[in-house]
Ligand binder design. Structure first.
Ligand SMILES: NC(=O)c1ccc[n+]([C@@H]2O[C@H](COP(=O)([O-])OP(=O)(O)OC[C@H]3O[C@@H](n4cnc5c(N)ncnc54)[C@H](OP(=O)(O)O)[C@@H]3O)[C@@H](O)[C@H]2O)c1
Length: 382
């Protein structure tokens, strides 16, 4: 499989696992990017020999330039560097493993170049999904999901020619570390507990999002955009074992599911090799030793962030961008131990009430809504 890949966010959880897949599947790197982790990016650059290495932090970029002075690798900095990595002519594919809305501009730039997007950065589709999908159609760029749930749905939809045959998409959710907790119990949980996901090892922001169930809300909006389905045709089911990664129910009531070990290297690899499948590094699922599969409804009272996402999904316009931007700002405060866990959905809810709504936003409106949502959170906190 001869893909040449630009990995945005190569030092993160998705980025590191992408490089494992690429190594195993003999795929080359055209560009690697990170924000501040110079040591890891240097090691990755020496191993994968990309043409370009980018640190978005300017000081980190200067350090990396010195460290890679004995190589031919070009080192760039800032958001412009990230855009260059996303559009580098050598790459046919871009993996978007950057966290947060910082992934939006490079994803759009890569789409304009007609590259395949292996999309991990869910905030891109949440904030500007309609614009992103329109642009992908116009430029003939393929967007293949990396998120395990959306990859599962993508796999269950293979061979489906008429979307009208699909009754609903069923997103599974592990329920995170606080499944079964009451609202009162959630007030006392710590950062360390929130960062301890039962099934998946991921970056800090998405791990906290999983604990609030806001991750499932972001995924609901992502699924609406990717599969052009209304929110009422997307259900969320708690499935503690994370073995079924999501399902599609057809109009004849056949339910197709994709099962596998909780290993992101499989959906990453499929986004790179689709429509083909090849052997790769992902773990095998041992059906005879996995626990019984269970299903439950999410508790919207204890986890109001999911309900807020459902409302933002139904409202559309700038509401998903406000939801996502406010959540990023609130999670950042939680990770710095400035607010308690229960404040995250409260601050997101306040921002959704406060920021004025635009029904048919342009990109500038979306970026402005994201900024206003962050300001709303910071103002209430300070
Ligand atoms: N991890 C998973 O299993 C998983 C599963 C599904 C979806 N996702 C989605 O994939 C995305 C990445 O998640 P992750 O868990 O891999 O995150 P992560 O471990 O925090 O890694 C983020 C990567 O992006 C870089 N980065 C952070 N902020 C940046 C900025 N403002 N500008 C440019 N680069 C920046 C980081 O560089 P430094 O290391 O230098 O900070 C790192 O390389 C998220 O949108 C997440 O929701 C992740």
């Amino acid at each position: 499989m001869s893909r040449i890949i630009s990995v945005l966010g190569s030092t993160g959880s998705i980025g590191r696992q992408s490089l494992e897949v690429m190594e195993r599947c003999h795929m080359r790197a055209a560009a690697l990017t990170a924000r501040v982790n110079v040591t890891m990016l240097e090691a990755q650059a020496r191993k994968f020999h990309p043409r370009l290495a980018v640190m978005t932090d300017p000081k980190a970029a200067s350090d990396l330039r010195v460290k890679l002075a004995d190589t031919e690798i070009r080192v760039l900095s800032g958001p412009e560097g990230l855009l260059e990595a996303a559009t580098i002519p050598d790459a046919d594919t871009v993996i978007t493993g950057v966290v947060g809305v910082a992934g939006l501009a490079p994803t759009l730039a890569a789409i304009r170049c007609g590259k395949r997007i292996a999309l991990a950065n869910k905030e891109t589709l949440v904030c500007a999904g309609e614009l992103v999908m329109e642009q992908a159609d116009a430029c003939g760029a393929e967007i293949i999901p990396v998120d395990s749930e959306h990859s599962a749905i993508f796999q269950c939809l293979q061979g489906n020619r008429d979307r009208g045959e699909v009754k609903r998409l069923i997103l599974t959710a592990s329920g995170g570390p606080f499944f079964g907790y009451s609202k009162e119990q959630l007030r006392g949980v710590t950062l360390a507990q929130a960062l301890h996901h039962p099934n998946w090892s991921m970056g800090a922001k998405v791990t906290v999002d999983s604990a609030t169930l806001i991750n499932k809300g972001l995924e609901l909006i992502e699924a609406m955009r990717l599969y052009r389905m209304p929110p009422e045709k997307i259900s969320i089911v708690i499935h503690r074992e994370s073995i079924i990664h999501s399902m599609v129910e057809y109009c004849d009531h056949a339910v197709l599911a994709q099962l596998g070990a909780a290993d992101m290297r499989l959906p990453i690899q499929y986004a790179l090799t689709w429509p083909d499948r090849i052997a790769g590094p992902a773990r095998e699922l041992d059906l005879l030793h996995c626990s019984p599969l269970t299903f439950a409804a999410p508790d919207l009272n204890a986890f109001p962030g999911l309900k807020l996402a459902m409302n933002a999904a139904a409202r559309g316009g700038t509401a998903p961008a406000v939801f996502s931007g406010a959540n990023e700002a609130a999670v950042d405060l939680f990770l710095r131990e400035k607010i308690c866990f229960s404040r995250i959905p409260e601050l997101v809810g306040d921002a959704l009430c406060e920021v004025s709504h635009i029904c048919k936003p342009q990109l500038e409106d979306i970026m402005a809504a994201d900024q206003m949502a962050r300001q709303s959170v910071r103002r209430r906190f300070s």
